[in-house]
Design a protein around this ligand. Structure first.
Ligand SMILES: C[S@@+](CC[C@H](N)C(=O)[O-])C[C@H]1O[C@@H](n2cnc3c(N)ncnc32)[C@H](O)[C@@H]1O
Length: 265
């Protein structure tokens, strides 16, 4: 066991993991030297990476508050990442105390840390699942225990689809998830892009990680919202989606698009 109770065999320190690189860039402690080296290389290749991940996380929280205020009471968060306070269930609870959240990630270390944090909270489940198997997620008994697919759901795909290659057909995966959701459901999505700066060197950092980084253009990211109506202001760089504080200096360079869509009734 590690000091925070995660079984040692789950901890692969031979390769950087996207969840742990992200945790490192956010200033978390659930990462290892291999992830720290990758994170530092990422910042060297893309100097706005640190403010970018914070801006992405802030977008996630603003978007969650937005959909909960709109009446959504259940959230399916796929590619949830290592727990980062405030987590999605905490952010949702700021607006409404009765929101149920199901967390999914394909990294066993994320599940282990999330289980340790969330045990006993009751309304939240944590599932080890891969977005490349959308049906396996939707049909999972621990998801069905928390999410009622006859009632509107907020589907969170925040900073996860860029870990899928084109051959893995991310648009088809989003469509399969969309078809499982009833009208009135929302999609909160963010995605890395090279539209604002050449990020070839940043992609190279992930070539040694457990998943590759697949940057996509504005039209490619917009196409992921097929079957959803984009809520104003549409697809923007994440700091500019309903900012509640002035966007930080350097925001125009941030390589993350984000938007919220609603499945029409
Ligand atoms: C950059 S983190 C994003 C965390 C959080 N969604 C956020 O935006 O703050 C990406 C997460 O996606 C997970 N991930 C990558 N590929 C995945 C897949 N095929 N299925 C499920 N999760 C995946 C990683 O393990 C990691 O925890």
């Amino acid at each position: 066991m590690s000091e925070d109770g995660v079984r040692a065999e789950l901890i692969d320190t031979s390769r950087p993991h996207p969840a742990r690189i992200y945790d490192y860039l956010l200033g978390g402690k659930d990462n290892y030297e291999v992830d720290q080296r990758a994170g530092d290389a990422l910042v060297a290749a893309a100097p706005e990476a640190r403010i970018g991940v914070r801006a992405n996380r802030d977008f996630l929280r603003r978007a969650v508050r937005h959909v909960v205020r709109a009446g959504v009471r259940q959230i399916l968060d796929i590619g949830t990442g290592l727990p980062t306070s405030p987590n999605v269930h905490e952010t949702a609870a700021e607006v409404a105390p009765d929101v149920r959240v199901a967390y999914v990630d394909n990294d066993p270390i994320v599940k282990a840390h999330a289980d340790a944090l969330l045990s006993g909270t009751g309304v939240t489940s944590v599932v080890l699942g891969d977005i490349r198997d959308p049906r396996g997620i939707v049909d999972h008994p621990d998801i069905r225990r928390v999410i009622d697919f006859d009632e509107p759901v907020a589907l969170l795909l925040v900073a996860v689809l860029h870990f899928l290659t084109d051959a893995e057909k991310p648009a088809g995966i989003v469509a399969a998830l969309r078809d499982a959701l009833p009208p009135g459901s929302h999609l909160i999505l963010s995605h890395a892009t090279g539209d604002f700066a050449d990020r070839t060197d940043a992609q190279a950092v992930y070539s040694k990680a457990t998943a590759t980084l697949n940057l996509r253009t504005r039209p490619e990211v917009e196409a992921l919202f097929t079957g959803f109506d984009l809520l104003p202001p549409g697809l923007t760089q994440v700091p500019f989606w309903h900012p509640d504080t002035p966007p930080p200096p350097g925001s125009a360079q941030i390589g993350f698009y984000g938007a919220v869509g609603r499945k029409p009734v």
